[in-house]
Design a protein around this ligand. Structure first.
Ligand SMILES: [Mn+2]
Length: 326
């Protein structure tokens, strides 16, 4: 099934090591957290030590994942680092700086497991498969290579990586390999209904209220091809929401029929605004973000900007309009 087998030098490194440090990228997503927790548990099942260390907090929706409460978070290394670890396994991370922990990575050999096109192959061992639907699917292949049976908890963690990275099996990476891996993981005890509940039916009330606030601010531009929304500090207050609660709200704007580009303009607690941009197809929002000192990809980018909220909205809508016209 699926892609190539886990490479022999990787399997050897893992068989030989006793304790591993696992990490991923800043602002960890489902693939990052699910791969880390799945692999950590898998390694412990082999009698090895495994500690997950992330620079950033675990997003609320991934906290129900088994083992998430044990993730070491922040700039300060976990106990015994680096001496007690044989290697650092970096999962789902295209470059060392994206870990937020770059200055620590040279302390031990790095094992780099990723599916990003353009991964910098910064490890002593690099397993990069851009055809993999999720890094969690590669961890599954790694488990097969190590001939270790999966616990249901591990299967659920890895299944979650497939669901989140394929957008619930909706994106172009919902390949035969993705469905085959999902089927195998369910066979090993993954619990799709529970994973769906974690991802889609565990929203804090404040998030739903904040969604309502954001939708009240919705405007369309350019005959409906552009949609913008705002989130002010008052809206967060009324909803009882925290800064991280706006994660994913931009998808509400993107779901509107006929919309090619969207912007969510969020007032920051320290002043100024964070502008998140999304687009479809050829519409390049990265260029706009870069112009303002931000960055991202062609279809997903962001930047921060000073100024009054409605002023920012007008400016951003005009720039998106220009991007559509080009
Ligand atoms: Mn991924």
């Amino acid at each position: 099934m699926g892609g190539m087998k886990a490479p022999e030098d990787l399997l050897r490194r893992i068989r030989q090591g006793n304790r591993f440090l696992l990490t991923s990228h800043i602002n960890p997503d489902g693939d990052a957290i699910g791969s880390e927790l799945g692999l950590a548990r898998l390694l412990r099942g082999l009698g090895k030590g495994a500690v997950v260390w992330n620079h950033d907090n675990t997003p609320t929706i991934y906290k129900p994942l088994p083992g998430s409460e044990r993730i070491h978070i922040g700039e300060e290394p976990p106990a015994g680092f680096p001496d007690v670890f044989d290697a650092i396994i970096v999962l789902e991370c295209p470059s060392p700086d994206r870990t937020g922990l770059e200055q620590h990575l040279s302390a031990r050999p790095v094992i780099n497991i990723d599916h990003h096109l353009g991964n910098q192959c910064y490890g002593a061992v690099n397993w990069v498969d851009s055809a993999a639907p999720a890094v969690g699917e590669m961890v599954f292949r790694l488990a097969q290579g190590l001939k270790v049976p999966l616990e249901p908890e591990v299967a659920s963690c890895l299944y979650l990586t497939l669901v989140t990275d394929t957008g619930g099996f909706r994106f172009s990476n919902a390949t035969v390999a993705a469905f085959e891996a999902a089927a195998s993981l369910v066979r090993e005890g993954a619990h799709p209904e529970q994973v769906a509940q974690w991802l889609y039916e565990s929203q804090p009330l404040a998030v739903v209220k904040l969604t309502g606030e954001m939708l009240q601010s919705l405007q369309t531009h350019d005959g409906g091809r552009i949609a913008t929304g705002r989130l002010t500090r008052e809206m967060f207050e009324r909803a009882g929401a925290k800064p991280g609660d706006s994660e994913g709200l931009i998808d509400q704007l993107r779901s509107i029929a006929g919309v090619d580009a969207v912007a969510l303009i969020r007032e920051l607690p320290e002043g100024g605004h964070k502008v998140s941009l999304r687009s479809r197809g050829e519409v390049d929002v990265e260029k706009i973000a870069r112009h303002h000192g931000g960055g991202g990809h062609r279809n997903a980018a962001g930047f921060t900007i000073q100024g009054e909220g409605e002023e920012v909205r007008r400016e951003v809508a005009a720039e998106l309009g220009a991007a559509l016209g080009s």
